[in-house]
Every structure is written in C-alpha cells, then in structure tokens.
Design a protein around this ligand. Sequence first.
Ligand code: ATP
Ligand code: MG
Length: 773
Amino acid sequence: TPATLPPLLQALNPEQLAAVTLGPEPALILAGAGSGKTKVLTTRIAWLLSTGQLSPAGVLAVTFTNKAAKEMLTRLGALLPLNVRGMWIGTFHGLCHRMLRAHCKLLNLPATFQILDMQDQLSAIKRLHKQLALDEERFKPKELQWFINACKEEGQRAHQVPVRDADQRHKVEFYRLYEEQCQREGVLDFGELLLRSYELLRDHDPVREHYQRRFRHILVDEFQDTNKLQYAWLKLLAGRMEGGRFVPAGNAVLAVGDDDQSIYAFRGARVGNMADFVREFGVRQQIKLEQNYRSQAHILEAANRLIEHNQGRLGKNLRTDQGCGEPLRVYEAPSDYAEANWVVDEVRQLIGRDGLPAHEVALLYRSNAQSRVLETALFNAGLPYRVYGGLRFFERAEIKHALAYLRLIDNPHDDTSLLRVVNFPPRGIGARSIEALQAAAASAGCSLHDAVSAVPGKAGSHLAAFVALLDVLREGSQGQPLRQIVALVLQHSGLLAHYRAERDGSERVENLEELLNAAESFVLQQGFGRDAVALPLDETAAAEARAAASDSGFEEPSGETLSPLQAFLSHAALEAGDNQAQSGQDAVQLMTVHAAKGLEFDAVFITGLEEGLFPHDNSSASPQALEEERRLMYVAITRARQRLYLSHAQTRMLHGQTRYHPRSRFVDELPAQCLQWLSPKPGSGLGAAGLGKAAVGLQPAWGRSALVSEAPSRAAADATHGLRAGMQVFHPKFGQGQVLAVEGRGDDARAQVSFTRHGSKWLALAVAKLTPL
Ligand code: ATP
Ligand code: MG
C-alpha cells in the first residue's frame, strides 16, 4: 500500500511505480506528453541510488537539450542529497565530449582540442572553400556544411560515403579535406564529438567493455529524437555488433519517448529507432502511461484531436483528472504588431490580475525571426523577458573574439580562431598579408601560426608581433586562475580598449566584463575555489569507476586533469550560454517550439499561427514534413498547464517584406468546443480544407480586414494588377503556376498561385513580379 512505500515513490501512479521499480532489464516507455516520462526517469535513478542498487558512477542518463539535462540534475538533486555533478548525466554532445577528453591519447587527439560550434564550423568551411577556389554557385558553403553534418549523423567518414555523381564526388572530397583540416588544427565540430566517441567504442574493445561494465543503467529521455548515430552509440554502450547483428551485454537500458513529439526528422532523427530498440534489445517491458498530469482537459483535448490528423501513429491515449479549465483563446490580429500588443496586454493581466510569476508565462513561435516584434512590445511595456536560443551569450561577436584569444593560448594551431583575431582589434594585417600567410601554411602543410616566420617583409613583421602577443598571453596565464587569465586577455589583446573607444561600444564592453563573471561563476560551479588552477576531469565518479574496474585489467584514464581554461572553453562551445546577465530575474520566457520540448508553463501563447509560418513554408513539399509540423504544434499545445492562447496576424513583416498569410490549418483542426474566439470567427479558414474552396472563389478570411476594406481609388483592372483566378502566370523564382484566387486591391492586392514546382503560395502583387502567360 502507498503508506508503506518510501516517500520517493508515494506520488507515483501504479504504471509509473512499475516503471520506476523495474528490474535491471531493457525497457521502453512510450507515452504522451505530460504523462510523467521524465519524472519516471529521474525517480528511477533516485530509487536505484537510494536503495543501494547502484552507485552514482554506474548511471548514464542522456537527453537532448542543455536545459533538459539541467532540469534532470535539479530534479535529482531535489530527490536525493547527492553531489550530482560528477554523474554522467547530460546531452549526447556533452557526454561524448567527456569521453573523448578521457581518451584523447588513444585517439591521437591533442589534449588541448577545442570544439567548433556551428558558426565556427561554417567559417572553417568557407576558408577551405576559398582555398580550393570552388565554384560558389555550385557548392555553397552552407550546403557543404549540411552535407558534412548529415554524413556524420549517418556515421559515415568521407571514404564511406557512396558516390553517385560528379557533384557528389566533389562534396565527398571536400569532406575529406575538411576532416584533415580539423585534425591539423585540433578542432572537433559537434557531429565529430559523437562520431569519434562512437568509433572509440567500436574500435577499442577494452574501452567499450569497461564502460559497459561501468554503466549498468543507461537511461535515455526523448528517445524518439535520436538519430542513427546516437542510437548506434547507445548500442555500443550496451553491447557489440557481431556480423551486422547486435548482441546486447545485459545493461539495463531504459528508453523513454513519444512518437507524437518527434520533431527532428529534418535533422535525421529516426522514430524507427523505437521499434529497432524493442527488437534488437529483446525488450519485454513496454510500459504505457496514459494519465496526463500537466494540462487541463480543454488543452489536452485540443492536443489529442489535433494529432489525430496524422497517419501512422503508434497510438496512445491521454486522459486527465483535472477539470476542463478555461477554453483556448484564439485571436486574429490585423498585423504582427497588433498581435504582439495583444499578447503583452494578456501577459500583463496574467501577471498583474492573476498573480502568475512571469517565468510561468511562455511565448512560443515557430522561427527565431518572429521574436523581435514580441521583444519590442514587451520592452515598451516594461515587462522583463528572457529569450532562449537566438544569439546567445557565447555567440556574440565580442565574446567570440575574446574566446578566440583564449583558445589560442591553449592551442595556437586553431586556425579559425587565429583568423578571427589576427587583425582584431585592427593591427595593420590586411587581406594580402593573410593570403600570404595562408599560402605559406598551405605549402609547408602547417598551421598558420607556424607559418608566420615564412612570410617576408612588413606583413611578416606585423604577423610576428601578433604571435609575440600570443606568447605573452600564454606566459602571463601560466599558473593563474581562470578569472585572471580572462582579465589578462581582455586587457592585452586590446579588445576592451577597442570597444571602449567605439561610439556604440558600451554594451559590448559590458558583455566582455560579464565574461569575467561567467568565468568566475563557472569555476565556482565546478565546486573548486576561485583560485583553482586544475580541475580533476571526473573526480569521485571516476575514482569509483577505477576501483570497480581495477580487477578487469582496464584502467579508465584518470591522471588527466583539465585546466579550468580548457573546461571553460568547452563549456562555452557546448552550452552557448543563455544570456548570463538576464539569468535569475523573474522574466517572461520566449523561445521556439523546438526549444520548449520537455518544458511546462502555467500559461502558453502560440503566436504566428499562419500558413507558411506554422506550418512552415518548406513543409508544403511533402506530407511527412507537414506531419512533422503538426507534431511540433502538438508539442507546443502540450506545454501549457492552465491557459493556452493562440494567435495569428493578417499581415506580417518578415525578412523585410509584408506578407499575407491565411490562418494556420492547425487552428481549424482543433475542436470548436475547446475554443473561444476573441475576434469574430472568420467564415472559412484557408487551412488545408480551405485551399480548394479558395480556388472556386469563396470569400477568404481577411475579407473583413480593415487594411483591405478601404476601397482603392484606382481602376478595377489596375487594382488586381491584371490578374484573375484561373490565369497562367510566371514568377522569376517559382516559375510557372496558376492563379487560384485574387483578393484585396491596389497595394494590398495578393494572389494565391499554385506553382507547378513549388506548390501553393500567397504573393503580394505590389512586390511579386508575376507575368501573365
Ligand atoms: P513531455 O512529453 O512533455 O516531456 P513528460 O511525460 O516527460 O512530458 P513530466 O514532465 O515528467 O512529463 O511530467 C509532467 C508533469 O506532471 C510534471 O509537472 C510532473 O511533476 C507531473 N507529474 C508526473 N507524474 C505525476 C504524479 N504521479 N502525480 C503528480 N504529478 C505528476
Ligand atoms: Mg519529458
């Protein structure tokens, strides 16, 4: 009976209890949003530890975002008095990084290797692109980046990629040269962290066996979003491949997920991993959780009905004991500004009238670009807010500059960093000098740093002065605590002075000063005194693991210590840091729907619910892509506990253009009885079902729009730019198409055109260049 259960388990329902206390065997929890999957996962860890079945060194738990990993550590810390820091709980990237640090010798990696974030990776690719003088049109750097990352996610090295045609051959060759460049410079991109770690386990039996013995329990949250390589990596932690077949080693792997929340297929995630997992691990325990503890009934009902529009689901039910709560409020705004102002008014009421803490209110949107209007409105209203994603602290230009100097202290062969700051602040090293340096490095096959002495003349002496500066910084930082090192760099690099002298530089100066605080609090968070000059890599947990492994003949490398500088630089690349200055303040939360996965809030606003925005334009190409957008909408809806607001705007400024988007089909897919329209409900939506109607000339949703109803003074033919439904037209970018509908007049006129190659689009006729055929 519940009374006899330890307090840890008392709050659980019977299915959750069964999952938490399952024996040490592989299991899958497949359950909908808010049913307590993450709760079960953390409680299971706590239960295993508190009953002495497992030591902290024996757990590996992995999830997708830093925010989710932190959340897991916090929940665990709340359940148990435990130092959770040494435990292997983190993101795939974070855990792989940790593993690589411990085995860099074996892998022929420099101990000082650095991580390239996406931005640095792109500049490294651009540099190589230029050096090879590739055709910009045929091989765009961004596409090459995408190609390389996709190969890595498939677990493929350059020589393993099948070559289909000449273009592909060039790309593969580029991939190979890029790998060489990274190896030479001692840098690893995100994909490489995983791939290297996978290869480490695959190619080194003692290492694999060691970790298999060590991590008796492996727990994976958000399993539906794992890609091929991540799943393969997990398999190697829990078994081995033998002639293409997987042989499990008996680790207790708990995978937790929800197929309806799979939102990373576009980045290679495979929902099929769930079925493979059941088959390959011989899972006998498949647990369903059907009680939702998060959302009130209207919200849950809306989510359930929406997701029913998707085909091929694994099928789950969710019910709640909570009351209906309030209906979902739907608002149609004339413009994006009006939408933002409405949101702010409602937020103010939630905080002021209903007493909600600001951080319990989340504003969600499909793309980062949509946050700006919301931010402006919040700022004008004096409401504190915090934006997740977007440009984060460690990604700001001035911070990247400072980090580049810090990286060069540790690893002068990091060419990306060298190029970033060799002439910043400006020190008379022009493009010519840099070209000369690159040529010298290429012919000697060495890093830019080592090629400096080969550059003659004035350019050479400027470059030599830069290298001397790096030497000074390196020497000055010997044996110094991290904060001192950062201060030294900010002073002697000239960065602080440079921004102080700039007219609008004050914010950048503040950010650089904030970097000092970030460094300081990083060291303190690691649990060492502020004067620490070395951080044991994996302290207690590693010691325990060594003791456990000592009779196996394999020793987990341990002598390695990481300098606080190295640890901080990795932290900066992996966590990208949400704006430090804002943290701690009670603030409204702004983020994309992707970033909101796994989180929950009392009140949620889903904004910009417009065709072309959400569902996103690029999902019109395939039914699968549209279903992924719908799952994204399901994720968005299920973040809300008590209140959910949906809004869309008739006109929106995006990327410098006014756009007219009809209301999202997703709004029309929600059950009417759960909705309350704050603006008069338009006659017919132009969602999925509406498209056909528009073609036969039904009056569309924005017939009432104030913007449109102003009768233009121009002649009727002119007003619609000479276009009628049914006409064939040509557009310079989208090619040939047929006009489905024309509406509005003059500058507000727009047409819906079904393009042969690009599907259906709404175009503003004042800007779009449509030629009747
Ligand atoms: P998502 O799919 O969105 O990640 P989830 O399945 O991981 O959701 P949790 O975040 O673990 O769900 O739980 C949702 C909420 O319900 C949390 O606030 C959690 O504390 C609460 N909860 C879970 N189980 C119970 C329970 N048995 N009793 C009371 N509250 C619960
Ligand atoms: Mg969860």
